[in-house]
Structure formats: C-alpha cells, structure tokens
Design a protein around this ligand. Structure first.
Ligand code: GN1
Ligand code: MG
Length: 354
C-alpha cells in the first residue's frame, strides 16, 4: 500500500475515539462489496476498518442500528467480544464525502478459512449457526430494518436476471446458454417451498465460511463477523449459505468444476453441530433445510450471472469474467447438492427431528 493511502486511512482513524498514533494497514481482499482493512499496531492486528459501500447499503443508519442490536446480544453471551468504536461525535460510523467508515476491534487469536475439508470445522460451524440463532430467537423482526429489501427473494432475483438478460450483448447471451438452461431446470424444485408456514427470524444472511472466526489454538468457533446484512429472514438462508461453503471444497470462483464436491462427511458434521447447539427450529423449518441447501448456491449463482450480464456493476471483480466463473461454480454446487436431496433428508430427519 502506498504512503498516501496509509496517510488517508490514518486521517479517517483520527475521527474515532481510539488512541491516536500512526497505524499500518493490511487490505483484506476477499469481500466483494465493502473495502476492508486490518489496522496494525506494531504489526499486531488491532482493529478492522471498513468503508461501507453506500451504493449497496443505502441506509447506513439502518444498517448500524441492526448491527448494534445484534452485537449487543452477541457480546453479552459470548466469550469473544468485539467492540464497535464510535466517532468523537458518538456516532457508530464516520461520514466523509459520501463515504461511510466503521471501526471495530479485531478478535484476538482468531483465524478464518476460505475453504476447508476438516470435519471439526464443519461441526463447529454448525454449532456457531445454531448458537447465533438461539441467541436471536426472541428478537422481534419489527425492531430491525430491511436494509436491502427482499435480499434473498427468488422472484426479485429472477426479475433482475431477466432485465439484465434483455439488455445484454449477443456475445454474453451466447456464452451463458448452459447457465440459463440450468435456471429453467432448477426452478420447479425451488418454487415448491411454502414460505407462509415458516417463521421470520433475525438472520445473518451472509454465513459463508470466511465470515466465521475460529480460535487459532483450538479451532473452536468464536463468532460470526460481517453483520452488515443482519435482517429478518428464514433460517434456511443461514443454513444453506454456510453449508455451501463447507461441502463444496472450493472458492466460489473455482474454474475447474471437477474439483467441486458435495462432501457428505462435512454435511453430517455440520448437522451434528446444529444439533448440539441451543437452537430450536420448527418442523416446517426442518423440512425447508434440504431446499435451502440447493437454494443458496443457486441464488448466489443467479446474482453473479446477472452481474456478468450487467457488465459487473455490483460486485467488485478482479478480472472481466469472474462473475461468470462464480456463476458456473455456484450452479455446479447447487446441482450436486440437488442430487443429494434424499440423502440430506435422511440425515436431517434422523439428527434434527428427534
Ligand atoms: C457479498 O462482500 P461480501 O463477500 O461480504 C454479498 C453476499 C454474497 C457474497 C459472495 C450485500 O458479500 O450476498 O454471498 O458477496 N453481499 C451483498 O461471496 O450483496
Ligand atoms: Mg457480507
């Protein structure tokens, strides 16, 4: 990072109530929306500084309202606390030229993973998702703001896809024939779910593996990070989003589709982790889990495809066709998961419907 960037980031930090000194920064490049930096004090990670993408998160007040609500609850019940630092004006974010910045503490001795094949991590991840929902199960969804309306709504994402498809270049349309076929083949399965019998819960809505922190020493799950999309939703969102990143064994833009798997051992560990957590889910919720396992890689693939057709206006990409690669890989995950629906149902019934 060059000196002028370091100096700009230090000027941002001067607006927060922390010890004023010259810090160093380590950019985190895995997020697709916000810009994230680890703030280093003498090479030790001390804070996480983030520039919130206000094109995506238009209501930052609402986002921080949800964020603070959940952080308060989580911090009162977990050993791995993280602190949100306020500005000198006692606000939870700092605004400069239409940019909003947020500062939180770095959780000590923590590590996160982009992929894993360790059963213990899948088990811990299941426990973490279950515990997160157990803590939030009495929250009133009306006290939370839907900062991105219909974030995981199938019909909204289909409408956005169709709009992009109509306006896309012939080249792009020709390069996405297999993906479009896959959408049509999978929709009848996805449209089966009856949402009217599912309770609305406060969900994290972005529970991929690299949003979970584990202890560096013991690999025990510590906490979920990236609370930006905490909003009302359905349990199967968080279930399916975590599961996809535990069973497929690859990053979501993996080009070699042969490497993508549905790892049943990881699936079983994840379910066992949910079972031992404190969460109580209803029978219709249990029945929605196999659906969520397919739905989440599908919906992310669909959104990536839409952004590819729109010439990458939403996600940050590091090369031109990255969104198409993400779509292909996520659709492959959805396809393999769908082939395992009866298998998943057997395990889910045995473990969770006692
Ligand atoms: C985005 O920026 P990041 O990685 O936290 C996206 C999620 C996707 C994810 C794909 C607000 O999250 O829905 O799952 O990319 N967040 C938003 O890895 O669109
Ligand atoms: Mg996120």
């Amino acid at each position: 990072m060059d000196n002028s960037n370091i100096s700009n980031l230090n000027s941002v930090l001067q607006n927060f109530s922390i010890l004023q000194k010259v810090y160093n920064f380590d950019p985190v490049n895995v997020g697709l929306i916000n810009c994230t930096y680890i703030v280093l004090e003498l090479n030790e990670p001390k804070y996480i500084l983030q520039k919130i993408n206000t094109d995506v998160f238009k209501n930052v007040e609402g986002l921080m309202h949800n964020y603070n609500n959940v952080a308060k609850l989580l911090n009162s019940n977990s050993s791995s606390r993280f602190k949100i630092y306020n500005t000198h004006e006692n606000k939870s974010f700092y605004t400069l030229n239409n940019n909003c910045w947020r500062l939180i503490s770095f959780v000590k001795n923590s590590i996160n993973y982009n992929t894993t094949s360790e059963g213990k991590i899948a088990f811990e991840a299941g426990k973490l998702i279950g515990n997160f929902h157990a803590l939030l199960q009495n929250e009133n969804p009306n006290n939370y703001i839907e900062t991105i309306p219909k974030f995981h709504d199938l019909q909204l994402r289909l409408n956005q896809f169709e709009h992009a498809y109509k306006n896309a270049s012939l080249n792009k349309i020709n390069s996405t024939k297999d993906e479009v076929d896959f959408i049509h083949e999978t929709l009848p399965f996805l449209k089966q779910l009856n949402h009217s019998i599912l309770p609305k819960r406060i969900c994290h809505n972005d529970t991929k593996l690299n949003n979970m922190l584990f202890s560096k020493n013991s690999n025990k799950a510590l906490c979920l990070i990236d609370l930006d999309t905490v909003m009302p939703g359905f349990f199967y969102y968080d279930f399916g989003d975590a599961l996809r990143t535990l069973v497929n064994g690859v990053m979501e833009d993996e080009k070699d589709l042969e490497k993508i798997s549905f790892n049943t051992a990881m699936f079983e560990q994840f379910i066992k982790g949910i079972k031992v957590s404190g969460i109580k889910i209803t029978k219709p919720e249990i029945e929605s889990l196999q659906y969520g396992a397919v739905y989440m890689p599908f919906i992310h693939g669909l959104r990536a495809l839409t952004d590819y057709l729109n010439n990458n206006i939403y996600y940050q990409v590091s090369y031109e066709n990255q969104n198409l690669d993400r779509c292909k890989s996520l659709f492959k995950s959805a396809e393999l998961t769908k082939e395992n629906v009866s298998y998943m149902n057997g395990i889910i019934k045995k473990e969770l419907q006692g």
